[in-house]
Design a protein around this ligand. Sequence first.
Ligand code: TXA
Ligand code: MG
Length: 300
Amino acid sequence: MNNKCIELLQQGSLVAFPTETVYGLGADATNPDAIRKVFAAKGRPADHPLIVHLPNIEHIYQWAINIPASAIKLAHKYWPGPLTLILQKHPNVDPLITGGQNTIALRIPNHPITLQLLKDFGKPLVGPSANKYGHVSPTTAQHVLEDLGDQVAAIIDGGPTDLGIESTIVSFICDHPQIVREGLITAKQLNIMAYDKQIKASGTCKSHYAPRTPIELFDEQVITALNNYSVISFKKNLAQPSADIYWETVATDQDDYAKNLYARLRKHDKLGKDKIFIEQVPSSWSAIKDRLSRAAADKN
Ligand code: TXA
Ligand code: MG
């Protein structure tokens, strides 16, 4: 199967691949036409840069320059894994990838099928999450099919992704490393203090990861005049059962919550209710809290 996918990538076609976080929309990172196809398929603005997925750590020197030793240290510690590094881009890197910026996002994903694919292809792949721009990221091959089925040449089905939310992004552009997008590897683990919201990351637009149905977050209980809605809560439904209310009780387990978050949002979206009410998660679940508040943010 890899052979067919490699042929497609060599031809400049798009191949969606599984990672440990979410599915990526893969294309040859050295082929400008293929990169253009990625932006077109997602409907993504040209100034939202792509992550380059490397076959191995040695490739970092062909894509970035002036790499701080602390970044190399993190790469060795966490790659392959859910960590993306933002570094100064190598002058040879096509500005199409970086949205015209002089920085580049790099990572090595931790999924056996994709690691093999990268190794056999021998070149990096650009890989934004394989969803339409602004929509919920895909955690199964079926999700990719629903969003981009008519845009991709192939989807590699690696089953549901392990972690369920996108990689932590750390920028090494300023004096101190900064978290640009939170993920399951936390600032604390990385020993990074500041959380810089200024740096441009499309996943950091206020409304992102959003289903079409409006979302409202609640703390204690659902208070609403609506009678056709769905709920994601840690509590059991104590109200009168109603045909128009879909209540899902979920476990208080951070890993499980992250793993199922996007599939759950898609499922609730498909119910076509007037609103999805989601119980606020513990404040220590920082990356999940971040994704929920974006999903609930006003789309304008
Ligand atoms: O877990 C992940 O990171 C997944 C899997 C497929 O690897 N990929 C992913 O890609 O989430 P994407 O394109 O959906 O999100 C990448 C984020 C975007 O918010 C983008 O703006 C930001 O990374 N980014 C990319 N290059 C950047 C750069 N040079 N400076 C700042 N942000 C950058
Ligand atoms: Mg994305």
